[in-house]
Design a protein around this ligand. Sequence first.
Ligand code: PGA
Length: 246
Amino acid sequence: MKIIEVKDYQEMSQKAAEYMIEKILQNPNIKLGLATGGTPVGTYQNLIADHRNNGTSYSGVTTFNLDEYIGLSGNNKNSYRYFMNEQLFNHIDINMKNTHIPQGDASDIEAECHRYEELLAKHHGVDLQILGIGQNGHIGFNEPGSSFESQTHVVDLTPSTIKANARFFNNMEEVPTKAITMGIATIMKSKEILLLVSGEKKNEAMHQLINGPVSENFPASVLKKHQCVTIIADKAVVAGLKVHSS
Ligand code: PGA
């Protein structure tokens, strides 16, 4: 895993966007794996600014998001479909038909998981996957204990994840407790992975990732087995690593 150290969230977002733009220019038909949460928002803002200022086109790009809450339709403001439309897709020239997110309100959720995995296979998988990391080491919504062999599946969110997500909802009762997520095996099939990590609250997770064992108890540790992972981490995160190793 290659680590690029940056000053702060702004620089992480700028570098991540530059990284993605270079790949899009090299391959205008790239298949991107995208993430939600607080981490990639700044990256998406940089992509939008670049699209406006430099005209980078997404007309040939296909995207696959990692996950979606179960029970929320795409019109719900807290769904990840809504988030992606608002934060990125509505502001670039991507064909909405080429933006894929699991459907959280599908009537048959198991069939939806299967459909999503098949869709990824039909497209020969993701070229570049953007990832954040949960404080408990989750990637996508693969919580600790998830099998490294898992494909797109239904997960029960852990209390810590539900609590971390609660900031986006009016009250705890509204926070979904289940989600559909690409599995760990699905994520590992991506040809390349870009992991973004920012802020002190991710110190412990980053320490575990770098210094801990490869274990299903810490899902992100599987990334050590991937051939092509780049981590962009800010000073607050990297400083935590130095404290741990001294
Ligand atoms: P965050 O979430 O970007 O909101 O910190 C990351 C994650 O849970 O994967």
